[in-house]
Design a protein around this ligand. Structure first.
Ligand SMILES: Nc1ncnc2c1ncn2[C@@H]1O[C@H](COP(=O)(O)OP(=O)(O)O)[C@@H](O)[C@H]1O
Ligand SMILES: [Mg+2]
Length: 321
């Protein structure tokens, strides 16, 4: 059984001034029990896709089945069985109510009985290991604590399919780890499906059975994180400058002009070249460095999911510094 089947989904946002084609005919199958990741740069279409599949936004074209139901015909039933955790967490809770009151209120809306609610609240408390956030008014919580309440809200009614749009946004590493563990347990112990969007590679790598990379309104790759990395037929050459060495624009331009270099990124002054033919590039980079009076340390390493992301979405990454 599929939790989600999408065929040729298009979305055009139209205003008086312009048309934006946010989704350009996407297909996707997600199996029941999968934790499925959608990874893509800003503006790629992640939120649009998730909102359409959660019945919060209309599509321009295409067919979508959620838990075996046609989204155009069984919207009400679908809503009962899905959870949605939006990107805009400010508007998902009542600021003057406590975390607990918020969750109780939304439970009532979902017709969750009191006993079940208390059971779930206990589970959330165990997950979060911090009872305080449930007893304070939401307006007195930090951004990350608020987000934790919003995340829990999405799971209150024991949904069969949960959409989580950038679930870890604003969470500190410890809190996001707890939320990740909760999501994993929820899917794996109960056989539920979770579809999460993210820009955080490690989150996707840790959580997801499969991942789709989306760029400019199209899914450009869909596979397990492991296979995406294995199929990456490129190597990474890291160029580490020695202390005191300063890079000029000409140096970077010359590196960019090398045929084998697919992408250059810069982290704290160290350059990372994504290259297609390793042996010749190594020598080329050495030659160019010498010409610019640089003597950097060069090292090869194999790819990661981040490199997969850069390969597919590279034009979006600005060369900075
Ligand atoms: N309400 C809207 N009206 C017009 N354009 C929109 C609207 N929402 C999103 N877009 C555009 O659609 C594209 C996809 O946006 P979005 O789905 O939010 O991407 P992501 O979540 O991957 O950052 C972007 O070009 C964005 O500017
Ligand atoms: Mg988004």
């Amino acid at each position: 059984m599929y939790a989600l089947r999408a065929q040729n989904v298009r979305k055009i946002y139209e205003s008086k001034k312009k048309k934006t084609e946010a989704l350009k005919g996407v297909d996707l199958d997600v199996k029941e029990g999968e934790i499925f990741g959608i990874l893509g740069p800003n503006g790629a279409g992640k939120t649009t896709f998730v909102k359409i599949c959660s019945t919060l936004l209309g599509k321009t074209e295409g067919v979508i089945e959620i838990l075996g139901m046609d989204i155009d015909k069984e919207e009400r039933e679908i809503r009962k069985r899905i959870g949605y955790i939006g990107q805009d967490s400010e508007r998902s809770t009542y600021a003057r109510l406590t975390g607990r009151e918020n969750l109780e209120y939304f439970s009532a809306l979902y017709n969750v009985d009191k006993e079940k609610f208390l059971e779930r609240l206990e589970k959330f408390k165990r997950t979060y290991e911090n009872d305080e956030i449930f007893e304070k008014q939401v307006m007195k919580l930090s951004g990350g604590q608020k987000q934790a309440i919003v995340v829990m809200r999405g799971f209150l009614h024991d949904p069969d399919l949960v959409f989580a749009d950038e679930i870890s946004k604003g969470l500190d590493p410890i809190a996001s780890k707890k939320i990740r563990n909760f999501v994993k347990d929820y899917a794996k112990q109960k056989g539920k499906t979770v579809i999460i969007t993210s820009q955080i590679m490690s989150e996707i790598e840790e959580l997801c059975d499969r991942v789709a990379i989306i760029d400019e309104g199209k899914f450009v790759a869909i596979d397990t994180p492991q296979d995406l990395v294995e199929d990456l037929d490129i190597e990474i050459l890291e160029v580490r400058l020695r202390p005191g060495e300063i890079v000029t624009e000409d140096f970077v331009e010359e590196l960019k002009s090398l045929k084998s270099v697919l992408n250059i990124s810069n982290e704290n002054g160290n350059y990372r070249l994504t290259i297609s033919e390793s042996t010749s590039s190594f020598q080329n980079v050495l030659d160019i460095s010498k010409k610019h009076n640089l003597n950097p340390i060069l090292s090869y390493r194999t790819g990661t999911l981040e490199d997969v992301f850069l390969k597919y979405c590279a034009k979006k990454i600005e060369l900075s510094g």
